[in-house]
Design a protein around this ligand. Sequence first.
Ligand code: BES
Ligand code: MN
Ligand code: ZN
Length: 498
Amino acid sequence: MKINLMDDAFKGSNALLVGVFEECNCVGCCDKAQGLLTQLKESGRFNGNYGEIYTVNGVGEQPREVILLGLGKEKDLNITKVQNLFGKAFKKAQELKLKALDIASFKVEGLCTFRILKAMVEGVMLANYSFDTYKAEKSKCTVEEINIDPSGLELDNEKAEKALKEGMTLAINTMLARDLVNEPSNVLTPTELSERAKAQGEKCGFEVEVFDKEKITELGMRAFLAVGQASYNEPKFIVMRYVGDPGNRDEIVGFVGKGLTFDSGGYSLKPSAGMQDMKSDMAGAAAVIGAMSSIAEMKLQVNVTAVVASCENLISGGGYKPGDIIKSMAGKTIEVANTDCEGRLTLVDAIHYIISKEKVTKVLDIATLTGAVLSALGKITTGVLANDDEFYGVLESAAKKSGEKIWRLPIFEEYKECNHSDVADLHNQGVGGAGTITAGLFLGEFVGNTPWLHLDIAGTGWANSTAECQSKGGTGVGVRTLYYIARNLSQKSCETCK
Ligand code: BES
Ligand code: MN
Ligand code: ZN
């Protein structure tokens, strides 16, 4: 599917998609059949309500098909909704078996026009995603061409081109992350994940170094190694470096992604119902690989280093066991109360490594860490812990740009007690409830004074619905938010919107 910019959507020749606000009474100059909208609204057939879709055949003198897309009330519209609306409209175009679609654009009070255009692009592209690698019958996309007319946004050509490029890059890399999450664990082993990261590095322009078991052992990452020690497929530690601001080498943003290619729970075995979804326990790794790809492709003027400690959590005679005490790379000892609390063991070595060896000045980890975040925030919102208000502010503004929802959880001193062990420095299974907070604070024990953000995507990393821009499976959550964090911290932040 190709996406282009076009001059005047109302004069185009393909089917036309027009957004209509609830409070609006015209469909631009397309409304040659005077009063079409008034008529539709009076008869109650189409009101412009949010998400409503109405198809008219042959408006005015033109025989072309027009899809009216209800935008709802202008004041209620935001970036996520714009994405979702265009995702929904795209699925309608597919259903109508359209070959090509012209899209008119519109301004929204309070929303950056640049971002609206990107959201339109992301919406249609993500709605077109499907994971059919292993199906004989591939899902066919009838829509070969999409032409977006940016004139309704009053964006000059150069800016519109840039928005199109940024939107496409982010959509492509979000889909890459979805693919990685959807790949089954027999295919996507730690080695395969590292190979895919290398391929992205070559394609997009960042350096990738992969440490094997020997090197990981040499570095002293015993907590990470303990988790992977039951498995036949060896662990890999993936380091990705992008230097976009060489004059400022002391400032490096660090991303850490959880990379369990499968989590059976180990001896603290998970129930079989739903265990298959644990191939998605590397969604954090997928997000950082997608974000690094986007950052490098857009050539952001910022330095970013990302790491993934990738392994499988399985069972065998050599596996780690409840009650084991292991020494992390940082030197702190950990009592393994539960082998299913493995994510934090892999992450603390990765966090210690990225701070002490890669010298990052800020660190963000993103992980499918706790089922508890699903109870707290469902599949809508990513749970966040932060030790630094300013860095949290950067995330908040990034999430507004990406449209991904986040919520900050409290880290009161009292919660730290929950990770207390009688026999080691830390206990890997927090007690007293608040599982998302105690798991996050466990990681927090390894960041020192470095500004740190923790994103728990156990709820948002996987979708059960095919509505709007979604498809069942990996969501690619985090790719866009992490990209915007890097962009917010870069020398040249967006000229159009801060
Ligand atoms: N990978 C899981 C968390 C998870 C749960 C991700 C559901 C995606 C969907 C993590 O390693 C885990 O097993 N956490 C346990 C911790 C518990 C035993 C304290 C959990 O949340 O159940
Ligand atoms: Mn687990
Ligand atoms: Zn896990």
